[in-house]
Design a protein around this ligand. Structure first.
Ligand code: ADP
Ligand code: MG
Length: 133
């Protein structure tokens, strides 16, 4: 699917929220600036999160309450090739079946993600971004 603008990416995220069946684990794959965090902003809105979603790249993880219980937990392991204690934090988030867990740069924690997790790839193209689900 081709996504031509930031607005379209937000819309795609909002729409994706309707397809979420908890527990849900989504790994986002794509270069810096591809639109992973933009997707999460739309997803959060679609899931009914009231707070503003910002990139967790400095804090590694950010958590937002979901209206029907649980949290949207957003991780970004870009600056953390050795996840250390954040691995325990992620495992804890994965244990709650009411959570929706989204991970950017998940290579270093790949072995603790459930086998059946969702993987969404975002690639740059001349017209915008190409999504591969
Ligand atoms: P990532 O989390 O993958 O590093 P971000 O979502 O933080 O990326 O940033 C994507 C940037 O690219 C934003 O500044 C956004 O406005 C811009 N952008 C331009 N075109 C698109 C598009 N088609 N889809 C998503 N983002 C886009
Ligand atoms: Mg990001």
């Amino acid at each position: 699917m081709n996504i031509k603008s930031e607005q379209e990416m937000l819309e795609y995220g909002r729409g994706y929220a309707k397809r979420i069946v908890k527990p849900a684990v989504i790994e986002l794959v794509g270069d810096v600036g591809a639109g992973k965090t933009t997707f999460v902003r739309g997803l959060a809105e679609g899931l009914g999160v009231k707070e503003q979603v910002t990139s967790p790249s400095f804090t590694i993880s950010k958590s937002y309450a979901l209206p029907d219980g649980g949290n949207l937990v957003h991780y970004d392991f870009y600056r953390l090739p050795e996840p250390g204690i954040m691995k325990d934090d992620l495992m804890e988030s994965l244990r709650n079946p009411d959570n929706v867990v989204v991970i950017e740069w998940g290579e270093s924690v790949a072995e603790i993600l459930p086998d059946e997790h969702i993987r969404i790839e975002i690639n740059y193209t001349e017209e915008g971004r190409e999504i591969k689900e």
